[in-house]
Write a protein that binds this ligand. Sequence first.
Ligand SMILES: *Cc1c(COP(=O)(O)O)cnc(C)c1O
Length: 463
Amino acid sequence: MNFISTRGKVRECGFIDTFLMGLGDDGGLMIPETIPAVSRETLAEWEGLSYQDLMLAIFSLYTNGEIPGQDLKELVYESYAGFRSPEVAPLTALNDSLYVLELYHGPTFAFKDVALQFMGNLYAYVARKQNKVINILGATSGDTGAAAISGVRSKEGIQICILHPHGKVSRVQELQMTTVQDDNVLNLSVKGNFDDCQQIIKELFADLEFKTKYHLRAINSINFVRILAQTVYYFYAYFRLPEEARAKGVSFSIPTGNFGNIFSGYLAKKMGLPIDKLILATNENNILQRFVHEGVYMPDKFYSTHSPSMDIQIASNFERYLYYLCGGNANETGQRMERFKSEGKLVFGEAELQQIQKDFAAHSVNGEECLQTIQAYEGRYGYLLDPHSACGIAASEKFSQGEICISLATAHPAKFDEAISLCGIKQTFPQAIEQLFDKPQHQVIVEHSKQDVVEQLEQFYRA
Ligand SMILES: *Cc1c(COP(=O)(O)O)cnc(C)c1O
């Protein structure tokens, strides 16, 4: 298995090099040269596997044996040992046709833990085995930062710097990142929004001289390993459904921001998991919903919403889908991304729009609908949804026609009490969140300026 860039200008490379590269050196995103096909027989064999063993089976299709089997097994088991559910990602039935896939049982209470606990361990492993300097740099709308820091704090040979938008993450998200004491962690609070943070990061990763000098490594979903780790729970959830349910057809509804999670579902489907619809749920920041409905990809006004982890205009994983939409034509993909950069939008023709609408359904959930959904599900099922998961549920309702829908619950409600209390609901915090409120915070507030960020990094990283 080789990995290539969506823009076609990176020499083919293996699994670990792809992991270390993050963003492709040509500015594209790394993808497998061919997507391994999983036969129905293999699916049947995988059905009874534990979460960890399923992950091993899926990863072994991509890792070329670059990580010895026993090592990979230890990495995977260690990554999920700290989860509060032994199943890692348990599936809960709300009624005959609607299921919630709970992805928030990791240390920072959001789905990002599923991939980032593993990536933290994998970085530590590569640092040890290959004696590589690992300086992680990432931008977060809140949850990625917390999960990445939790995944690598105090680990030998790794430094991590995370940019978050100042005052635009939830209180708990901020505390999860900034109350960490370890000196291998630097939090930069940037006076701007998430897209500004992501833009700075993208420019630094595209500056090959800087990237090489400081050995920059990515944890954002531009990293293919993160995408791959997230495909596991699509398979796992599918296998947990009763046989008769599967026969009706199974759709997934996914609260979406950077298009990473839903792209993992798209990859699972391309590998052969019989997924019916991938339902893309957004909040008022609905560039992706407009893309699916109108065939135009164009950023619009930025809104701060109840679901801040989805307050994103430019979806960093969009390019991966674009590559497949262009029939795997890397030149065409690169040209279109250039056009997007210069013209600020992409317009798709009728045939492409049909394909897009075959691949995805989409719904944009506004603030009121989000809060109403939280209240309704608390009332009807005694199930408290966080505002992101509520967007997924609201979108699933729009498209439900009796088939099975698995809606992804991407965060625990305690992370977003701002929205929950607006619903007039009082929740009790888990102990691990409660105790954050008394701890001192460590962060540096910087202007929205690449130069200011660079100065901080030059002091912090080991070259
Ligand atoms: C990151 C995040 C999302 C969006 O996921 P993408 O992979 O960026 O599309 C949705 N919900 C929560 C709680 C998140 O943390």
